[in-house]
Design a protein around this ligand. Structure first.
Ligand code: HMG
Length: 382
């Protein structure tokens, strides 16, 4: 029985900052961002947006095409959590009007947990093939102003419906895994922005993904030549190039950048979307290449701290009948450009508070955060 990604949809935030604007005001050559990091712009949420509103928009669009009564689990992967106890998926469940007989939990391991959710979903369906699982990846990457990570901020969500007999990707059994305790990037409970050791994070990413590849080789009869395209977690798109070069060196093989080129267009425009980044790379690959039917994709998932997984999936024959590039184009084109001063003000005004506040209506998305009362977040459809 084939199990995998049946359908997916994406959402991003209301605002966008052009990295040329940041470069100009910081007196940096704009090519450092466009070529050195491989990034053009990044998404930034309005005060009435967060991981729940983006996820609800992506999932709402997705579920307009499906029978939600088959969904038995909502697995919400994020590292931009809005509560230490209550799962973001429970808010989402209410906004989407899902039936009550559903399991809802939140998963965390930096940018990796979306992959854990996907694998848990595949395993669940192996036991109950008639059921479906809604996997959500949703994050806001928010670094300190004037920090090294500032140009790699971003925001976005990918909602995926996991089922038997999928329309898009069959996830194949057998992953390569790697966990190692490294402090390359972490965000303590009392901080709204992460602490980052930039160089260590690059080394940790490359080391862990290469080790995950080696672990896969020890478990499956598979060679680099069996992978048609590689997909990566892309904190900035140049990272995928760095990983491919490291993999080529490690294996003593020539690997052309053509293997990853089509996977980068959305992440170049969104910035780092943490858990969602790998799945935006998948979305871009499916939208930018019409000749993928029957071909195998290799997925490099990485989350700082650090956990990596390499797994594979096979693109299904009629995938082109089930993709919606126009929805992504709309999400990107509808973003409202920020000036540098507006960006700084929006960034500085962000407060992780449970004191009462009301947000000004800004987003045009179908769901918004209206504020907080009695220490409870209040969402509304619009
Ligand atoms: P930096 O010090 O600002 O930049 O930090 P740099 O000096 O290293 O330059 C970046 C690149 O631009 C270099 O290219 C330069 O040569 C090039 P490279 O040598 O690396 O190929 N460059 C230029 N290119 C063209 N024209 C120019 C020019 N000038 C310079 N004029 C760093 C970069 C990534 C460290 C920083 O942005 C950062 O700390 N980012 C956050 C951490 C991060 O993204 N790490 C990635 C791996 S860890 C990960 O992916 C997990 C993560 O997503 C979190 C999670 O899992 O939850 C972050």
């Amino acid at each position: 029985m084939k199990i995998g990604i049946h359908d997916l949809e994406v959402a991003t935030s209301h605002y966008v900052l052009d990295l040329d604007t940041l470069a100009e005001r910081h007196d940096i050559d704009p090519k450092k961002f466009s070529i050195g990091l491989g990034q053009d712009t990044f998404s930034m949420p309005a005060p009435d947006e967060d991981i729940v509103t983006m996820a609800a928009e992506a999932a709402h669009t997705l579920l307009e095409r499906h029978d939600a009564s088959k969904i038995r689990q909502v697995l919400f992967a994020t590292e931009s959590s809005i509560d230490q106890s209550k799962a973001a998926g429970v808010y989402l469940h209410e906004l989407l009007g899902l039936p009550a007989n559903v399991r809802s939990v939140e998963l965390k391991q930096a940018c990796y947990s979306g992959t854990a959710a996907l694998q848990m979903a595949v395993n669940a369906i192996a036991r109950n093939p008639e059921e479906q699982v809604l996997v959500i990846t949703s994050d806001v990457a928010r670094y300190a102003l004037d920090s090294g990570g500032e140009p790699t901020q971003g925001a976005g969500s990918v909602a995926m419906l996991i089922s038997a007999d999928p329309n898009l990707i069959e996830i194949e059994p057998g992953s390569g895994l790697h966990t190692t305790d490294v402090n390359d990037f972490w965000r303590p409970n009392d901080s709204t922005t992460p602490f980052v050791d930039g160089q260590l994070s690059l080394d940790a990413y490359l080391g862990a993904t290469t080790a995950a590849w080696d672990d896969l080789l020890a478990r499956r009869e598979l060679g680099l030549e069996d992978i048609h395209r590689f997909l990566h977690h892309q904190p900035f798109t140049k990272m995928a190039r760095k990983q491919l070069a490291a993999l080529a060196e490690h294996t003593g093989t020539e690997l052309s950048d053509d293997l990853i080129e089509e996977s980068m267009s959305y992440n170049r425009a969104l910035g780092n979307t943490y858990t969602a980044s790998l799945y935006f790379a998948l979305t871009a690959q499916l939208h930018n290449n019409s000749d993928l039917a029957g071909k195998r994709l290799g997925f490099f998932s990485y989350g700082s701290g650090a956990v990596a997984e390499f797994f594979t999936g096979v693109v299904q024959d009629n995938y082109q009948d089930h993709i919606y590039p126009q929805h992504v184009a709309k999400q990107l084109d509808n973003r409202v450009a920020l000036t540098y001063d507006e960006y700084r003000e929006l960034h500085s005004d962000f407060a992780a508070t449970s004191e009462t506040f009301t947000t000004t209506k800004t987003t045009n998305a179908p769901f918004r955060l209206s504020g907080v009362t009695e220490h409870q977040r209040r969402y509304e459809a619009q």
